[in-house]
Design a protein around this ligand. Sequence first.
Ligand code: DGT
Ligand code: CA
Ligand code: CA
Ligand code: ZN
Length: 573
Amino acid sequence: MPVHNSEIASIFDHVADLLEVQDANRFRVRAYRNAAATIRDQSRAIADRVEEGEDLSDLPDIGEDLAGKIAEIVRTGELPLLEDLSGEVPEAIVEATRIPGIGPKRARALFEALGLASLDELAEAAEAGRVADVDGFGDKTQARIRDALEEKDTGERRFRLDVAEDFAEPLVKWIRRIDGVDKAEIAGSYRRRKETVGDLDILAAGEDGGAIIDRFVDHDEVEEVISQGKTRSTVRLRSGLNVDLRVIPKASWGAAMHYFTGSRAHNIAGRRRAQDRDLKLNEYGLFDGETRVAGDTEEEVYDRIGLPWIAPVLREDRGEITAAEKGELPALVKLDDLKGDLHCHSDASDGKNTLREMAEAAQERGYDYLAITDHSKRQTQAGGLSEGDLDAQIESIAALNERFDGFRLLAGCEVDILEDGTLDFSDDLLDRLDLVVASVHSHFDLDEEDQTERILRAMENAHVHVIGHTTGRQIGQRKGIALDMERIVKSAADQGCALELNANPIRLDLSDVHCRMAADHGVKIALSTDAHSTGGLGNIRYGMDQARRGWLSADDILNTRGWSALSALLARR
Ligand code: DGT
Ligand code: CA
Ligand code: CA
Ligand code: ZN
């Protein structure tokens, strides 16, 4: 059974977690984290490369030793080192490190001080007020632990879209090859490109559902068959992801795609329109009495209820039906519209590639420009640049630009927003840059008023063009900072400051809903990858999905403009 890239990456991340709790050498921890990031950035399956005898130590951050470990994981699905470490460190401590503000050292100290063995025991201790009694832990931390554990209890498990993709795409390709399957597609929240998916809903067109489903439940990665019928089956994969497969006749394809793409709310609105026309809409088609009047294609179904086809990303019952009715659906931005990327890192800070390599990768993508925005000096753990370093980088970029034809690197930086909303570099230095992204990387705990004021103050600095990953959330791991988004967006509009849609699939920050809110106020969105390697530039498509879910058109996005139009817009700040 082929091992997916995300599985290899999570094994390495897990090793790093365990080493961190053991207080291991931080370079060793970092080595595993970096390797995990490199693997996630690969667009090709690592397992295939191993099969083909490729030398993985050619990849950034992968040495001989890690290449060997990867080969072992590909061969056996396991890593003995991880088994060993798991025996030494209770998993509960690792899970406790996911609580905001609890690092590995603090988690271990807490478990040792209170003699805890599980998260349940930690929850009890927090409930009973015993956490606040431990040295270095106060009431605030105790409350945070309680909240985090409560939330975890009630939260169903959802998969980030990029992680789901890693399992879903090979699976649907495999289903297409089953005898008797005419075509197969993934519907549900996956097709709507939601940032996380609860389960996969796969449709297959075919006549003999029973036989197709027999083959499906036999797939290597199926761990448990939850239900199995003649037209429908639900399984759990070894990744923990649930898959619903439905086999439908070809004549119902469009109606079924429509129904199972959802969302539920969008479907209900569609059904109501059908009823208004004395028709009945279900997953088999659109019916006038017993007669099917539409069903082969989605277009036909929409057409018969008086609507143009609506893109799946818009099907959330957020006004799309009314807009469609009036012919006012947005002209959604697409990948082709992008002229460049406005946030990335080079090896001068914590990126993996040189300026030249990043520039070449951007040119290969067909971009006209790429902004290099390395970290500022406060980010010591991320190789933040000193004033002198940035000075030198501005020079190197100018020299490189001499050699490019129809392409330019923009000299930029991702400057830290300090606790009080001032910036980590002087205005004089920022003034020399083509593009300034300002981001929060510390003090995530301020209350909403302080946090909002902090961002507002950063935006008031006219040198700042873009606020990077505004909320700082990490999907499934860290909540965003407390912000009054309405105030932020209004002020951004007043100031002419752009907000970023960070395309890293872990961030997707601003979210789809916030993007739409920003654009409604006239705020421009910088759609950027925050790439830390040439491969990371490819994450742009995850951001694009969310931009489209946020109803954005090309005009709403800063980097759909060529450099002369963009620089004119930036200069107005
Ligand atoms: P998820 O899996 O939580 O990320 O979200 P979805 O949207 O994929 O939801 P899911 O898997 O429960 O169902 C897939 C689609 O099937 C859903 O978007 C709409 C349709 N659907 C399922 N059950 C119902 C229902 O009871 N009524 C209607 N109108 N549609 C349904
Ligand atoms: Ca689903
Ligand atoms: Ca489902
Ligand atoms: Zn960055």
